[in-house]
Design a protein around this ligand. Structure first.
Ligand code: NAD
Length: 333
């Protein structure tokens, strides 16, 4: 039976990488009934909210979506469509694997980490106000409830996928109350997972250790803001934004998207790398129980890279469509 999946084609480079990704999924023989839903700039231009209610309802009903990047309009009162989706669907776990890939030049060979970023609170709760005309305040919101569910998700993932350790990343030496609660929750939850090695580290030390001793790390769990920053660091270590995938998981639905944004200056040029979205789609296939197809796509991408077929960001000269066609022929060959 076909899997039903909502698709948001996004803004900027979104439509072209979506097309490339759908061709690759099709060639892998996965039967997907794509349901296109609207969000992003075209909704704003039509006078609608950036993520219309009908889109939220459809994703809730279907339970799975693949989402190309969307542009955040600039200006007072503008909301990010990405943050809106995560909040309204309560996609509390942002999961970003980062591993070195054959054929992608990086000094970080053997990198293989998975970042679990809390996705709903911290400074992203967007509770900000002017305390006086010249003093701005932003609230760092950390609850035990949200901390516990992301920490448990990281440990459950580690157990299910035979990963050896979970590291809690925080800054509790300075933010003793907010990050202190996150750390105390980690110390309590880890007691339920004695089979998995676990320790904690402060975020600045983690950044240094990641680039010097990356093989020491496995699964990492952290509050929202550190997760945002460390994910981009990990994307760079992997070979750049063009190759970094992600998934956002809630209790009842999941939305898969690349780490990168809509890169408007490359829109329509058939130039950018469709790998990040396609690897996000392989996370989606695993979520749908299609692990074999996910594996086949990953190894077809690796064979394509090893042959030297790469887009500009990996110092190649293949166009988006040419890279996708090469992966398709690997899958079919
Ligand atoms: P961006 O990630 O869109 O692009 C930054 C640079 O990264 C690009 O100029 C390009 O050099 C490179 N890049 C990005 N994707 C690539 C790809 N697939 N292949 C090759 N190179 C790639 O970041 P930005 O320019 O800061 O943001 C543009 C818009 O995207 C903004 O409106 C921002 O709010 C939005 N955004 C959306 C998401 C999302 O949808 N989840 C995430 C980040 C940013």
């Amino acid at each position: 039976m076909a899997h039903q999946v909502c698709i948001i084609k996004g803004d900027g480079i979104g439509p072209e990488i979506t097309e490339a990704c759908q061709k690759i999924l099709d060639a892998a023989g996965v039967d997907i009934d794509w349901i296109e839903v609207d969000a992003g700039l075209k909704c704003v231009e039509a006078g609608e909210p950036i993520v219309p209610d009908r889109t939220i309802e459809k994703i809730r009903e279907v339970g799975v979506a693949l989402k190309a990047p969307m542009t955040t309009p600039i200006g007072k009162g503008s909301v990010s469509p990405n943050v809106t989706l995560r909040k309204r669907l309560d996609l509390y776990a942002c999961v970003r694997p980062a591993r070195s890939l054959p054929g992608v030049p990086t000094p970080f060979e053997g990198l293989d980490i998975v970042i679990f970023r809390e996705n709903t609170e911290d400074l992203y709760a967007q509770i900000e106000y002017m305390a006086t005309p010249t003093v701005a305040t932003g609230i760092k919101l950390i609850s035990e409830y949200a901390s516990e569910r992301i920490i448990r998700a990281a440990f459950e993932f580690a157990r299910k996928n035979n990963r050896r350790s979970v590291t809690c990343v925080h800054k509790a030496n300075i933010m003793k109350v907010a990050d202190g609660l996150f750390l105390r929750t980690f110390q309590r939850v880890r007691e339920d997972y004695p089979d998995i090695e676990s320790w904690d580290t402060i975020v600045d030390a983690l950044c240094m250790q990641l680039v010097t001793k990356w093989r020491n790390f496995d699964v990492l769990v952290m509050p929202n803001l550190y997760g945002d920053i460390v994910s981009d660091l990990a994307a760079g270590m992997m070979g750049g934004l063009g190759v970094a995938p992600g998934g956002n998981y809630g209790e009842n639905c999941a939305v898969f998207e690349a780490v990168h944004g809509s890169a408007p200056k490359y829109a329509g040029l058939d130039k950018v790398n469709p790998m990040a979205l396609t690897l996000s789609a392989t996370l989606m296939l695993r979520h749908l129980g299609e692990s074999q197809a996910a594996k086949a796509i990953e190894s077809a991408i690796e064979r394509t890279l090893i042959k030297g077929i790469k887009t500009y960001d990996l110092l190649g000269d293949a166009k988006t469509s040419e890279f996708a066609a090469a992966v398709v022929s690997e899958l079919k060959g």
